[in-house]
Ligand binder design. Sequence first.
Ligand code: CTP
Ligand code: ZN
Length: 149
Amino acid sequence: MEELKIRPIRNGTVVDHIPRGQALNVLRVLGVDSSTRDVVSVAMNVPSDAMGRKDIVKVEDTEIDSTEADVIALIAPDATVNVVRDYEVREKYQVSMPDEIRGVLSCPNPNCITNSREPVETVFDVRDGEMRCDFCGTVLGDEIADHLV
Ligand code: CTP
Ligand code: ZN
């Protein structure tokens, strides 16, 4: 029934099976903000057999590759990324946790070099579902959404 809520797209990327409440955070990790020129659709709280409720994000005329998509795993571990061309789903992949996350998260430690005036890109190593700052060792827990750059 979800197709009644949000229409199919001709070209672009559909991120499906996002936990409810996380659609806007998915857009943030993808770097989609108010400056975008792409047509972006967001559906929240869509009924889903598997998930009860889910969110869906569609970014038209943009193809997200699997490396970019993996950052989505931080907030939507079961998301599916669908690349649509000429109305057909041409590529479909499950997101998977990357080994390392660059430039997406800020370090919670105010004394970390990445929070100084130096322009240092943040790097977090992912191990056992934990994200550890490469520079100061601070571990980022559940508060990921609060530390999206
Ligand atoms: N979709 C879209 N525009 C298209 C084709 C598909 O917006 N032209 C969306 C669908 O609405 C769905 C997602 O892309 O949210 C994946 O489409 P599809 O693989 O056809 O759906 P399902 O088989 O239900 O996907 P899954 O098996 O991953 O649940
Ligand atoms: Zn740090």
